[in-house]
Ligand binder design. Structure first.
Ligand code: GDP
Length: 459
């Protein structure tokens, strides 16, 4: 059953010309509104066709004039994305056709959908839980293959199932202590108490494991902050461009050209990276460059991965070694010998081996980044990310999971301090309510408002 009575409409494809543009409708009158604006070729009505069938015909403007030849399909609630009756019109991707088509849908009784309103209705109608709805947003914004796979897993319910298992286990504990409260004269068998403590500690462990995925979730969403550092002219901007596959930073052979930090996202060796190209690290009196040098140091301090670049075609100096020593103290570091296409300098400075960080050779000129890719892959192995979708990806989820774990901890303490069923019940109930927030069973309306307002219109 639908919780909303009005019918919403929106253009669901991005603005601008494209091969296909989609108009979408959801609500009690979706099909009748679609019927008014769409005429199947050669017969009289959309409803003569089965739900989900693709029907070819004319899209009519609000004056009844054909404006495009389109494909239309409808679904009947609850068997649809939103759980309501829905219709979709696949038009040519002309902004004008879509604007006229939308106008016709409004004239036929639909209203403009708000941001994320289709997915919000799917949530309200129980088609998706809140973790899954958030995954829809993550999927749309995924910046890497891994990010997309995790979002798809979460959308398919991987996180919800993991949370659901903890929830069910806690309900069993809750049920037991309700029974204790109802029959206070019955002693609790010590063996049973041990089992209950085991159940609580198991779920505490499970929540800790889930919380340990937060870092991964953040890195997946934001990318591993990766600082590219090295002396002026080491080839930082050229490497950044080669990693991105396009000219992002200005490349010159005047040392000190990259004065500001440049930040870009890319994926290398399957790892989502947020690349920060920094000004060359060196002592300087130039105030602008001085600022750049400070930023380089800050970028290293904030990095999850540091690439220390040394020009392999020139004799390396003590400065390079000092930089490498500093980097390894701050984050996982890879020594990158650049300009591998040029003859190597005859006598490299000694001492790199002792630092013990992996070293690779690249050439931005020929685009040879193979060694770097495989080194980055081994620095961030795939299994580090856990099962697809079984990770917490945002602060809201983390906060709720943390509250659930704290409550389970308190319940265990209550159990350990001698059975105080009512204290324990309050704590377990609080844990259940926090878990319910994760999936949306017990979430406040303003929280859902905030989540869906971040979505685009038409989603
Ligand atoms: P940055 O100051 O560290 O950012 O260095 P740049 O990327 O601006 O490069 C400095 C100079 O080295 C430029 O003239 C580049 O064309 C040259 N360079 C950079 N990478 C390579 C490379 O892989 N091979 C060769 N032959 N030259 C390179």
């Amino acid at each position: 059953m639908s919780l909303q009575s009005d019918t919403i409409a929106a253009i669901s494809t991005p603005p601008g010309p494209g091969a296909i543009g989609i108009l979408r409708l959801s609500g009690a009158d979706a099909v009748s509104i679609a019927e008014k604006c769409f005429k199947p070729l050669g017969d009289s009505g959309l409803r003569r066709h089965a739900p989900r069938e693709l029907v070819y015909g004319d899209l009519l403007d609000s004056g009844g004039q054909a404006i495009d030849q389109v494909l239309c399909t409808y679904s009947l609630g609850p068997h649809s994305y939103t759980g309501e009756d829905t219709a979709e019109l696949q038009c040519h991707g002309s902004p004008m056709v879509l604007a006229l088509g939308l106008e016709a849908l409004f004239a036929a009784g639909a209203r403009q959908a708000g941001a994320g309103e289709f997915t919000r209705r799917a949530f309200l109608n129980g088609r998706l839980d809140l973790a899954q709805a958030e995954a829809v947003g993550d999927l749309l914004e995924a910046q890497s293959r891994e990010g997309a796979r995790h979002a798809a897993g979460q959308l398919a319910g991987a996180l919800s199932r993991r949370i659901g298992a903890v929830y069910s286990a806690l309900v069993v504990v809750l049920a037991h202590f309700h029974a204790v409260l109802d029959y206070p004269d019955e002693d609790i068998d010590p063996f049973r108490l041990e089992q209950l403590d085991e159940a609580l500690s198991g779920q505490e462990g499970e929540l800790s494991a889930l919380l340990a995925t937060c870092g991964r979730g953040t890195l997946l969403r934001n990318g591993v902050p990766c600082a590219i550092v090295g002396r002026p002219n080491a080839g930082k901007s050229s490497l950044l461009n080669a990693m991105l596959g396009w000219e992002r930073a200005i490349v010159t052979d005047i040392p000190g050209t990259t004065r500001d930090t440049v930040e870009e996202r890319c994926e290398l060796g399957g790892v989502p990276l947020r690349l920060v190209d920094t000004a060359g690290l060196r002592d300087t009196e130039d105030p602008v460059e001085k600022l750049g040098v400070e930023r380089s140091r800050r970028a290293m301090e904030e990095a999850g991965l540091i690439l220390v670049l040394i020009d392999a075609s020139r004799p390396a100096g003590d400065e390079d070694l000092a930089l490498l020593r500093e980097a390894v103290k701050l984050a996982p570091t890879i020594l990158v010998w650049t300009k591998g296409d040029l003859p190597a300098a005859p006598c490299p400075v000694k001492g790199y081996e002792e630092i013990g960080c992996p070293a690779v050779t690249v050439s931005a000129r020929t685009g040879d980044l193979d060694e770097l890719c495989s080194e980055i892959s081994s620095a961030f192995p795939q299994d580090l990310w856990g099962g697809y979708g079984e990770i917490l990806t945002n602060a809201r989820q983390e906060e709720a999971a943390r509250r659930a774990r704290e409550a389970v901890r308190r319940a265990r303490e209550a159990l350990g301090a001698g059975v105080t069923p009512d204290a324990l019940l309050t704590d377990v109930e609080e844990a259940l309510s926090a878990l319910g927030e994760l999936t949306g069973q017990s979430v406040r309306e303003d929280v859902t408002d905030r989540i869906f307002s971040k979505f685009c219109v038409g989603k």
